[in-house]
Design a protein around this ligand. Structure first.
Ligand code: ADP
Ligand code: MG
Length: 696
């Protein structure tokens, strides 16, 4: 038996040059090779029988090089060509491999070599060619290896970095697994691990099959097993943290009901049944001894804010302070305005705290002065709150708006600052149901699945850019009827400067198109003061239209705005477009959203068609998930999420649920995680938190 941390140079049979190549990139031990999992496999079992065929998908062939040569076009440009036919030459077909501007290829590829090539085959005038194929020299190259490793099997393909080569990694992995005994690593999952589809599988077997599988079925089973392990680790941390929060105290907040009664009496509308249900769930959590950790999940416009205020009032009724944290200054101000309108008449003090002293400075200093007279019952702010323990006093509840803009770590910090307050997280990003358990594993979820005014429709159209003039005419008509509109420009290259530039240029154009109507401009490079001024003019109706970047994305509420044009809509994800569109259709008037795409951009036209069909955020989220896969969807939904190797399997609810069950089972049986394989999980913080803490 060889030890897991044995140096590669000591693995029997492993060629020294392969070990040296890998060592250069820091892969030095048996364990590092075992954990460098292939990202795909090629079925090289019967390649000789596979004819070359042009088509859109890449294919893989075992070929013999029959001729090579460089061609030059002028001084700077050239092409290296290798003509090949199938190794074994059962088929007489020819294929030309081409590499542009890589003349050194003539020193790598030579006549008589056997290669494995992988790429897309094209046909031009009856000739078949493959441009810049992935290739490996399997015979006749500088270093020749046993044929059984690279061909005639389901072959692993690895991600490479620096000097690594496929061959070196594969040869190393091959010899490592030859040398390792059948069982070489302790199982991570509790035993009997997972029955059913994983019966008989162990961690050792799964790792072995993940590199050199006996069949495609075995490979799939191994990948699912390793995914289960990965999800198990995540769920273990989440479940552990959740238990810890519950054990750490909390208090019962029952309240008298007086403030809430007055609040509802004053409110110009009645809560929808969905809002009521969510509020009951929240109040029930608050009344019970363990701290609340709940997500209030609802589409844009579903009316989360009132529900949050009602939750905050319950804390105030119970003699405690309520804190609301928003992701941007504009939103914090908007919440503060609502709070003053709705809560000050109830006799409550509302304090606003954002990063911009000039904005709320006076107010804030005033607040500070009043602190001796009594702390504010309601504190609203941005992440600047995190630096102000002084303001936070006997906090009963912390509400975090638009959670995806905050990291998990910030959330944890805010919670730590109070003493185990109840926490309510609000998000307007509809997460497909299959993913909630993963994304919000440590939160209980309340979903507002109904909108207050189902009557207002948003008509959405995807249109080519060339129709802009017609759209402008339509907007002029709406403005002349007293409405307002948004014109949105996408983020370019993630650069605020360019981004602001595109919007500034757009502002000039639209000012002309809409003249003499008033057009405002909003982008990320304006000062907070300028931003607030623009927003105020829009709210007061002094602006007819607003040209903006995506800074208007979340939460802004101007009910009179009924038109939204989105330029280059193809650059946005569906979920983001849905968020943007949520800025209109908030008043009594019908609303219109036009998504502009390039004139011949069929792909985006099709992709965006779902936006024309539905304004249900959950349906759009499911579509997004179907198209992009959970890895990407999650990346957007929660920035603090550590990347998962098997992220694409996250949509498999059964697997995630099983992981959750195994995690709970583990914590019941072994709360201190004494089992050696669990050592990496003893530290309670999530990897995501650590990563963020390091960046701060
Ligand atoms: P979001 O969930 O997107 O944060 P808001 O809380 O901003 O939604 O609510 C959207 C709008 O709907 C606000 O103007 C709010 O006052 C209004 N609203 C909320 N609940 C109701 C209701 N039950 N009936 C009528 N209007 C409501
Ligand atoms: Mg909101």
């Amino acid at each position: 038996m060889i030890p897991f941390d044995l140096s590669l140079s000591e693995v029997p049979g492993l060629p020294a040059h392969a070990a040296r190549t890998l060592a250069k990139e820091g892969v030095k031990t048996v364990a590092e090779v075992v954990w460098h999992l292939p990202f795909r496999h090629e079925d090289r079992r019967q390649m000789e029988a596979l004819a070359f065929q042009a088509g859109p998908l890449p294919s893989c062939h075992h070929v013999l090089v029959t001729k090579t040569g460089n061609k030059f076009f002028g001084r700077r440009s050239g092409m290296f060509e290798a003509v090949v036919q199938h190794a074994g030459a059962l088929l007489g077909q020819q294929l030309t491999l081409r590499w542009w501007n890589m003349p050194f290829m003539s020193r790598v590829i030579a006549e008589g070599q056997e290669l494995i090539v992988y790429g897309v085959i094209k046909e031009t005038k009856g000739c078949l060619s493959m441009a810049h194929p992935e290739y490996e020299i399997v015979k006749g190259g500088a270093d020749e290896d046993a044929e059984q490793i690279h061909t005639g099997r389901i072959t692993p393909v690895y991600r490479l970095r620096g000097a690594m080569t496929q061959k070196a990694l594969r040869v190393a992995a091959w010899h490592v697994f030859q040398a390792l005994p059948e069982s070489f690593i302790e199982d991570l999952l509790p035993t009997p691990s997972a029955e059913g589809e994983f019966a008989g599988l162990t961690r050792s077997k799964a790792l072995r099959e993940a590199h050199f599988p006996a069949s495609m079925e075995k490979l799939e089973q191994a990948r699912r097993y390793l995914a289960l392990e990965e999800f198990f680790g995540y769920q273990l941390r989440v479940a552990r943290r959740k238990r810890r929060v519950i054990e750490s105290g909390g208090r019962e907040q029952r309240g008298t009901g007086e403030l809430l009664r007055d609040f509802f009496n004053e409110l110009p509308f009645q809560l929808t049944p969905a809002q009521q249900r969510c509020l009951e769930e929240i109040h029930r959590d608050m009344a019970c001894g363990a701290p609340m950790n709940r997500l209030l999940h609802g589409d844009v416009g579903s009316g989360k804010t009132v529900v949050a205020f009602a939750a905050m009032l319950r804390a105030v009724e119970s003699g405690r302070q309520a804190v609301l944290m928003a992701p941007t200054q504009i939103l914090a101000e908007q919440h503060a305005r609502n709070a003053r309108k709705w809560l000050e008449p109830l006799g409550l003090r509302v304090a606003l705290r954002t990063g911009n002293k000039r904005e709320d400075g006076d107010d804030f200093e005033l607040m500070r002065g009043k602190l001796s007279a009594g702390k504010p019952e309601i504190v609203i702010g941005t992440h600047a709150l995190l630096h102000d323990a002084e303001l936070m006093h006997n906090t009963g509840i912390v509400v975090i708006d638009e959670q995806h803009k905050f990291g998990v770590a910030q959330r944890a910090k805010l919670i730590r600052q109070g003493d185990t307050p109840d926490v309510l997280v609000m998000t307007a990003t509809p997460i497909p149901r299959t993913l909630t358990l993963t994304v919000y594993g440590d939160l209980d979820v309340s979903t507002i699945d109904q909108k207050p005014r189902d009557g207002v429709k948003i008509v959405t159209k995807v249109r080519p850019k060339s129709k802009l003039k017609d759209a402008a005419k339509f907007l002029r008509g709406q403005i002349d009827e007293g409405r307002q509109g948004y014109i949105v420009y996408p983020l370019i290259d993630e650069s605020e400067k360019l981004d602001a530039g595109a919007a500034t240029k757009g502002h000039e154009e639209w000012s002309k198109l809409l003249a003499p109507r008033e057009v405002g401009l909003l982008h990320g490079r304006l000062s907070a003061e300028e931003k607030e001024d623009v927003m105020k003019r829009l709210r007061d109706g002094r602006l007819d239209a607003l040209v903006s970047t995506t800074v208007i994305e979340v939460g802004i509420d101007v009910p009179n705005a009924t038109v939204m044009f989105i330029h280059d809509a193809g650059r946005f994800g569906l979920a983001q477009l849905h968020q943007l569109r949520g800025r209109i259709g908030r008043g009594a008037h019908s609303s219109y959203c036009v998504l502009f795409v390039e004139d011949k951009d069929e792909e985006n036209r099709q992709r965006l068609a779902i936006m024309e069909e539905t304004s249900d955020g959950f349906q759009i989220a499911e579509e997004d998930l179907r198209r992009r896969g959970p890895g990407d969807v999650l990346g957007h939904a929660q920035s603090g999420q550590a990347p998962l190797r098997f992220g694409e399997l996250l949509a498999d609810t059964r697997l995630v649920r099983l992981a959750r069950q195994l995690a709970e089972k583990t914590l019941d049986e072994d709360p201190q995680l004494q089992r050696p394989a669990l050592a990496p999980f003893r530290d309670e913080t999530l990897m995501a938190e650590k990563a963020q803490a390091m960046m701060q």
